[in-house]
Design a protein around this ligand. Structure first.
Ligand SMILES: [Fe+2]
Ligand SMILES: [Fe+2]
Length: 506
């Protein structure tokens, strides 16, 4: 029967994995589990993991869990592969992992040997039959995701994991976990604790996963009720951060006056230039912008009139949102310049994506401005929570997590995306800016109307992260690529490389 067939695991050349998934666009059916099997955490396994997870979360309408679940699953897979490697290591060294003195002695050399020769080591897992199976199982009101490896765990390891999980329950937030792990010479277990806190914060309750071991298998299971809702209790913690937003001045009137002047049908470039000239720093910023990578065509622009001509009145109107923002945030927040530079690069890439999509001129105008503005929340968060943000970024970069949103949430009670959108609302920016700020790391959550803005910005951000080797292309949802007229991950990779070259030439 059909169900019997679907649980049979066979090699699928398209996924390059042993699985019962016939096609990655598989239809999701309740009570039909999906499994895939692999030996080390390679590109094929990663790309299948991301795509299967997206399929389920979208289908079940819980895509807001993507960030934390992806982090959790990667952590679990890494641990499972590592546990298998450890068995292999003991086997090759003819040592008994269940013998306490053998364990202590061999573990020291394992840590250095494994880190040093990880790839070589992991390539032997398959020949020795050490495997990992990931399963997605869903019923009427739950989704279960299980990561299982085929070795039993030593008593000492099991105890350590259980202690970590118990410890996680005591932390109120991520910063406590960071503080605690600072004294922990091995830095061990932080991943598991993070996972725990992120999932708990995303509404999965106080026991978001189960850890079990039995003869010849060890597994971690994530139990996700489908009625999960993101809890808001964290917001109280964000009080001091929210005060910063209250204390921000209103949007500069001089600038919104220029914006309304542009709206009048009979206003000319000269009229507008006159208004702008009254503000020296604004004039300088417009001139600088017209010479930046996103606008520059040909020779250096020297006069304001020419700069406005180059940018165009309509586009200038939308650019003025970011220039007004610059005026307010530049001196107040030390992280301004760093994010501003990054956002300029993002605007450049977003424009290239927009061109590929054949967006209308009007949408392109909004896209560039939205890209310049999308991380203003990060300017604020990075400036007032420098140390904690540093910890989060280091951690998420080392794990190649595309976004540290769940971690921000568990550390501060608020994310830079939410903060940004609050500022945008305070200054009465157009909705599409607000949406770009809120959804640029969680593009699958945005309403259809805003996809043309949010998707290119998300991709531009990913391009920057991949250039810095902080993320992998495989985690980009294929839906997003397709919407942007990019039809595969490899096409995206060559597009990214070309764009990077163009940017560095500029
Ligand atoms: Fe961001
Ligand atoms: Fe960004």
């Amino acid at each position: 029967m059909a169900t019997e067939k679907s649980t049979e695991l066979v090699f699928n050349p398209k996924l390059n994995l042993v699985t019962n998934i016939p096609d990655i666009q598989f239809e999701i059916q309740a009570n039909v589990p999906y499994h895939f099997k692999f030996f080390n955490h390679n590109e094929d396994c990663e790309s299948t993991l991301v795509q299967v997870l997206d399929r389920f979360l979208l289908h079940l309408d819980i895509i807001f869990l993507r960030d934390s679940l992806l982090a959790a699953l990667r952590e679990s897979i890494t641990n499972a592969v590592k546990a298998n490697s450890k068995r292999l290591y003991f086997k090759l060294a003819n040592a008994n992992i269940n013998d306490e003195s053998d364990y202590k002695e061999k573990m020291n050399s394992f840590k250095t040997d494994y880190l040093r020769n990880r790839t070589e080591f992991e390539s032997k897992l398959e020949a020795n039959g050490y495997q990992v199976v990931v399963s997605f199982i869903h019923g009427k009101d739950f989704l279960k995701i299980r990561v299982m490896n085929n070795t039993s765990i030593a008593k000492e390891e099991a105890n350590r994991i259980k202690t970590r999980i118990e410890k996680s329950k005591l932390y109120n937030d991520l910063s406590e976990a960071f503080m605690d792990s600072a004294d922990d010479t091995e830095g061990a277990g932080l991943g598991l604790i993070m996972t725990f806190l992120m999932l708990k914060n995303d509404g999965l309750g106080s026991n978001p996963f189960r850890f079990e071991s039995a003869e010849n298998k060890t597994m971690i299971t994530f139990d996700i009720p489908l009625k999960v809702t993101q809890s808001n209790f964290q917001l109280q913690k964000a009080d001091t951060i929210l005060k910063e937003i209250d204390n921000l001045p209103t949007f500069p009137k001089a600038i919104s006056d220029i914006q309304s002047a542009i709206d009048k049908p009979n206003s000319s470039i000269q009229d507008i230039a006159e208004m702008i000239k009254r503000d020296i720093s604004l004039s300088a910023n417009i001139l600088r912008l017209s010479n930046s990578a996103s606008f520059r065509r040909g020779n250096k622009v020297e006069t304001l009139d020419r700069a406005i001509q180059m940018i165009g009145l309509k586009e200038l109107q939308s650019i003025l949102y970011s220039l007004g923002t610059k005026q307010i945030l530049e001196d107040k927040f030390p992280s301004f310049q760093y994010i501003w530079d990054k956002s300029n690069e993002s605007a450049f890439y977003a424009k290239l994506v927009g061109q590929k999509m054949n967006l209308s001129k009007e949408t392109m105008n909004s896209l560039v401005s939205a890209a310049l503005l999308h991380d203003i929340g990060e300017i604020i968060l990075l400036s007032i929570e420098k140390d904690k943000m540093g910890n989060i970024q280091n951690y998420s970069n080392s794990k190649e997590l595309s976004s540290a949103l769940s971690m921000e949430e568990s550390a501060f009670g608020i994310t830079h995306t939410k903060l940004g959108s609050m500022v945008s609302e305070k200054w009465q920016f157009p909705d599409l800016f607000t949406k770009a700020m809120e959804y640029h790391h969680r593009p699958l959550l945005v309403e259809d109307t805003y996809k043309n803005i949010v998707f290119p910005i998300y991709l531009s951000d990913m391009m920057i992260r991949i250039n810095l080797q902080e993320s992998k292309a495989s985690e980009i949802p294929i839906e997003v690529l397709k919407h942007c007229k990019i039809f595969s991950h490899s096409e995206f990779q060559s597009f990214r490389a070309r764009s990077q070259e163009l940017f560095s030439k500029d």
